[in-house]
Design a protein around this ligand. Structure first.
Ligand SMILES: *Cc1c(COP(=O)(O)O)cnc(C)c1O
Length: 388
């Protein structure tokens, strides 16, 4: 919500999209989120959360839950296992390290940005032996960078971030998986795909990944509070040999309830699952291929805008994220002033992450956002650039 919104220089359709009429008749102003999470949520998805409660041990709820799971498997491109937790994505990151890494064995954490660093923190906090390999920010994680380390032996898993939201870099997880599956068949591949899953094709089964987790509030375009994971048979087997998996995030307990027809061990986030129910139908109605293509088209628009206006791109060419663009401030604009200018016109974009603040800024183009939204944003940013 804002007190005053400056409404010059925008087409009427775009302006109308900044307002929402709630079911109770209240009109709310709505600044559009071009940040990499939480992202825009469609009206019908928001409204689905207002459905009345049902008992979570009822048949009605079980039917909903298993129907959601089968559609989620289609979106995550797996015929193996899918779990949903009432947590943000990081909860499932904890699941990954607690279930995959046995005592006396190690995890290799490839760190190319802030979220790679979280893999290191989470594995250390769970008492797992780890080796951290730092990759220069802006560079992708390359298979050759991990090969020499894995060759030393003693590893149960390698962790990667598919789409490093802090740098706008997307690593080639397919190439990484080819290396690991061929040369290190016992090393599990644990992937943070929080800001890319559903916006980019990540064929979990085809690549032979072991765990891929994501959050509801990024490219899935739901409110925050749910996390989803695809899990391989190989990881479930490994979990049987791994002690101290905890309880809430223990894959074997989650699997026991799920396969026994009892959904989840603890109370699920029913309202968010109602939202997911609607959103999965919307995603599958758009079509996965179309959804991936829309994200790629949006990326190209942002790249062209940046180039046309004297900006660079932070990532190594060829590894730019298809869901969030990290623009290099080669023009030396006052980034906080630009963000404030856009905010006063109902659009929120992201500054650079941590040490990249003001030297970069980020425009997310994931989930509900598409080319029309971006064109509206560019109109506003161009007005700022013309004045500054
Ligand atoms: C947002 C983000 C996270 C953190 O997810 P939460 O849902 O906040 O736990 C982790 N990794 C990446 C790549 C992200 O973009």
């Amino acid at each position: 919500m804002w007190d005053t919104c400056i409404v010059t220089n925008q087409n009427p359709d775009y302006l109308l999209s900044l307002f929402r009429i709630l079911p109770n008749g209240v009109i709310m102003s709505h600044p559009k989120l071009f940040i990499p999470g939480p992202t825009e949520v469609a009206e019908e998805v928001l409204i689905a959360q207002t459905r009345p409660m049902v008992g979570h041990r009822s048949q009605e709820f079980a039917d909903l839950f298993y129907s959601i799971l089968s559609r989620l498997k289609q979106v995550l491109l797996t015929d193996q296992h899918v779990y949903i937790t009432a947590s943000s994505g990081t909860g499932l990151q904890e699941t990954a390290v607690r279930n995959a890494i046995r005592p006396g064995r190690k995890v290799l954490n490839m760190v190319a940005g802030a979220f790679g660093d979280r893999w290191q923190k989470v594995s250390a906090a769970n008492g797992k032996d780890s080796v951290r390999v730092d990759v220069t920010w802006g560079q992708p994680i390359r298979p050759e960078d991990m090969d020499a380390h894995l060759a030393a032996g003693g590893f149960d898993a390698v962790t990667v971030v598919h789409n490093e939201t802090s740098t706008g870099v997307m690593s080639d997880v397919g190439a990484i998986a080819r290396l690991v599956r061929e040369k290190y068949p016992d090393v599990l591949i644990l992937v943070d795909a929080v800001s890319s899953a559903s916006g980019v094709r990540i064929p979990f089964d085809e690549w032979g990944l072991d765990m891929l987790f994501t959050s509801s509030q990024k490219a899935f375009a739901l409110p925050p509070g749910l996390a989803f994971a695809a899990v391989s048979d190989r990881l479930l087997k490994r979990a049987q040999e791994t002690p101290h998996r905890g309880w809430y995030f223990d894959l074997l307990i989650l699997e026991k309830y799920l396969s026994g027809g009892r959904t989840t061990p603890a109370t699920p986030a029913i309202s968010l699952l109602n939202a997911l129910d609607v959103q999965l139908d919307r995603i599958l109605a758009e079509g996965l291929e179309n959804r991936w293509a829309r994200h790629e088209e949006s990326m190209k628009l942002v790249h062209a805008w940046a180039k046309d206006h004297g900006f660079g791109l932070f990532p190594e060419p060829g590894y730019e994220s298809r869901t969030v663009t990290c623009v290099k401030n080669t023009r030396g604009v006052d980034v906080p002033a630009m963000l404030a200018f856009a905010k006063a016109r109902g659009m929120i974009i992201g500054n650079g992450y941590g040490k990249l603040k003001n030297d970069t800024f980020r425009i997310a183009h994931m989930g509900e956002l598409g080319p029309d939204d971006l064109r509206g944003l560019f109109q506003t940013l161009n007005a700022f650039l013309a004045e500054s």
